[in-house]
Design a protein around this ligand. Sequence first.
Ligand code: ADP
Ligand code: MG
Length: 259
Amino acid sequence: MSAAATPAVEVRGVRKSYGAQEILRGIDLTVRSGEVVAVIGPSGGGKSTLLRVLNHLETLDAGTVHIDGELIGYRLRRNVLHPLTDREVRRQRSRIGFVFQQFNLFPHLTALENVTLAPLSAQGRPRDEVEREARELLARVGIAAFADAYPRTLSGGQQQRVAIARALALRPRVILFDEPTSALDPELVGEVLAVIRDLAHTGTALVIVTHEIGFAREVADTVVFLDDGAIVEQGPPAQVLDHPEHPRTRAFLSRTGIR
Ligand code: ADP
Ligand code: MG
């Protein structure tokens, strides 16, 4: 397989339980290089768990995750999966962007320092190059003027844009977004969606868990409907959002007021 054909994300047969409760019941998902995937579905369906599994913030009970062709979290030796060391997992994670609902910026670091931290410490890149790139990224998300500001002095929308710049600074193959606008005041949602919209189709794969169905329709190549730990259906927005096949998808969309 040529490098260009290697999927950004390849999930096969992933299962995850907490105690007796199975949260992910055999997930198969492929995200092509540069593809934008929107994951929708009811609360408690397993969307956040799926993202956390991709980043190996959770161990797996079964199945595999490959990012850019690399097995995440484990090493396969003689047909047995062995967990990677924390250090190896951190190295893998340093190439996967993650944008959280609650921003999760480091409060004691400025916007610029939040963006440069991982490239400097986890990737060991030279400081002058990393800082130059970080300033470019802050400009790209429209907050160049706030490079030296601390998170508490910024609005939610500004904080989330710092978090997006921080994810981009990893030069990631994929960025995972977990409801990136859910914690924002309504008037700040648009500025964050605009930044994400600008990232779509720039070559970085995006997996976006979102309740913004209109946004999903507009930017996603593929919409995935996840319910009760399983992918019920997936396909282009025009198919899944406008002509859903499964009654559970229809019921969910009608509850959200879309259909
Ligand atoms: P979603 O993001 O779609 O709302 P989640 O992935 O957060 O769904 O949660 C799916 C289910 O897993 C829920 O029932 C939730 O209570 C449960 N769950 C999530 N994290 C944990 C955990 N750390 N321990 C136990 N149960 C959990
Ligand atoms: Mg969630």
